[in-house]
Design a protein around this ligand. Structure first.
Ligand code: SF4
Length: 523
């Protein structure tokens, strides 16, 4: 159904923009320290665009520690930004808002990955979002039910409002971060690399304008004595010299601290010297696997032990320039097989004691990448509720080369090794007792380290003792095991009652079905 155009912008709308960060009310130390630093770039941008269009806007970044005031939900229009992991909370909040008469809109990664599912729970579902898409929603802000309208711009916006313009929506969120405050900034979109599991591999690389980036950095220096910027670029430094020229010209060396995700291939020694001078304090390179994806780590076709040695040397060189390094790994890729991928990661940690390892289990997020189409056609994608699709609580792709018990045994062994007191002590000794060293300890003993070891161990136990769970993992049933339903109920807390029951299940093969339909109609 096309959106009605009967209402026009002459009506001043009361709007809430809600950026949902966690899966529900939060309690952990790590969530308290870091959730506010995970706020999105786009939610404040949408709030600003609505305000500039003449509407009354309230903004909240929900970090899991606030009460969401009913007044915020009692509006004409509620925009919600959500990852897939927090989608069920977003669905529950949308249901509350719709009961109170609001029109609801979903944007963010979940809307892009699962648009058809989200359209059953929201009036509008936004893919690529620019100002004209927001204006279209504002002009047709009427209920669209039972199936919401999906809108998407042909590409990502060419430019975003300046930080100064968005600041009123960002500052209250930063105030919630008790120790480390990372100002979210974005200098580019997309990535020229083609990692098959990554949503950004499908977006053309595009810088957002170096003059605007300079204005944002200069503005920040009026707000903090020594600001810390968390760059949200999918792969920082693709146009390295242009980027660093812009930063060096805008602010004095070291006046701003920076944290960014960047490929090893970008991080050559001369560039690291420059990054160090510019104030880069944290780098998060993706290694992903010892048996593939060699392009981004500049190891080409070298695999296995040789790749470990080459990458370890590179990472230790980075550590001479950048104090905080997190290396990212994907577990369960089809290129991995047997004990070697896990044993090699342990060996790498021994060679690079200062790095913090971040593990993600292979996850097929709806229509994020063409790889998901293949996995769905092969029947390998499992219908784990969205709540568990955070790369850690479940792996929704049946591994090609492991049984589930074998995979979990190896995962637990690697996690215990990575977050053992021995490894924690080695990291602290390598880092020293300073902010990066303390952060690493906090991460390891909180939900990210100890918490995950406990969780994976519990799942491993259920694979042996809970027939429902085992049948679900093996793809023999699509009925969500009671264990998972109970966890969602507990985590959503007061929002559970509002969650539509059918939201617990989704079609894991919706992308493949839609694609086949489109092919048939085209032929
Ligand atoms: S290098 Fe990083 S951002 Fe680029 S496609 Fe690969 S995983 Fe995605």
């Amino acid at each position: 159904m096309a959106p009605s155009r009967r209402l026009t912008t002459i009506r001043k709308l009361r709007i809430t923009v809600l950026d949902i960060i966690p899966q529900g009310p939060a309690t952990s130390l790590w969530a308290r320290l870091m959730n506010a630093n995970m706020a999105s770039i786009m939610a404040p941008v949408v709030a600003l665009w609505c305000e500039q269009a003449g509407h009354e806007v309230e903004f909240l970044a929900y970090t899991g520690f606030e009460e969401i005031d009913t007044e915020l939900l009692d509006r004409d229009l509620v925009f919600i930004n959500s990852f897939t992991r927090s989608a069920l909370l977003a669905y529950a909040i949308s249901a509350i808002c719709r009961r109170r008469g609001a029109v609801t809109v979903l944007g963010g990664p979940h809307a892009r990955c699962y648009p058809d599912d989200a359209a059953s729970y929201f009036d509008f579902v936004l893919g690529m979002t620019d100002r004209s898409i927001i204006h279209e929603v504002l002009q047709s802000a009427e209920p669209q039910r039972p199936v919401g309208v999906m809108l998407s711009a042909p590409k990502q916006p060419e430019t975003l409002p300046l930080l100064q313009e968005r600041w009123k929506f960002i500052e209250p969120t930063l105030a919630k971060a008790p120790v480390v405050k990372l100002v979210p900034m974005l200098g580019s979109l997309g990535c020229p690399y083609t990692c098959s599991f990554c949503i950004d591999s499908e977006i053309d690389y595009q810088p957002l304008g170096f003059d605007r980036l300079q204005a944002d950095l200069r503005f920040l220096l009026t707000k903090f004595k020594r600001p810390r910027v968390g760059w949200h670029d999918p792969n920082f430094g693709i146009r390295f010299d242009d980027y660093l020229d812009a930063i060096e010209e805008a602010v004095p060396p070291g006046a701003v601290d920076h944290v960014a995700e960047s490929s090893l291939a970008i991080l050559t020694e001369p560039r690291l010297e420059r990054l160090q001078r510019a104030g880069f304090k944290g780098i998060l390179p993706g290694i992903e696997s010892w048996f593939g994806l060699g392009g981004k780590s500049k190891t080409g076709t070298i695999v296995g032990e040789d790749k470990v040695r080459r990458v370890a040397e590179h990472v230790n060189m980075i550590a001479r320039y950048i104090p905080y390094i997190q290396t990212n790994f994907i577990l369960g890729l089809d290129v991995d097989e047997g004990a070697a991928p896990f044993a090699l990661t342990k060996h790498f940690l021994d060679l690079c004691p200062s790095v913090f390892p971040a593990y993600s289990m292979l996850t097929a997020f709806g229509e994020a990448t063409p790889l998901n189409l293949e996995l769905q056609r092969e029947g390998r994608v499992l219908p784990f509720p969205f709540h568990f699709l955070d790369n850690n609580q479940s792996m929704n792709v049946r591994p090609l080369n492991y049984t589930w018990p074998e995979f979990y045994d190896r995962l637990i062994d690697l996690s215990e090794y990575s977050f053992s007191w021995r490894a924690i002590g080695a990291r602290l000794r390598a880092q020293g007792i300073n902010l990066p060293g303390t952060m690493n300890v906090a991460r390891a003993i909180s939900s990210e380290g100890f918490g995950r070891v406990r969780y994976h161990t519990m799942i491993r136990g259920l694979l042996d003792t809970d027939l429902q769970v085992r049948a679900f993992f093996d793809g023999e049933t699509t009925t969500v095991p009671q264990f998972y339903v109970d966890r969602i109920r507990t985590k959503l807390g007061p929002y559970w009652e509002a969650l539509p029951e059918e939201a617990l299940v989704h079609d894991p093969n919706a992308f493949a079905a839609k694609h086949s339909l489109a092919m048939r109609s085209a032929s």
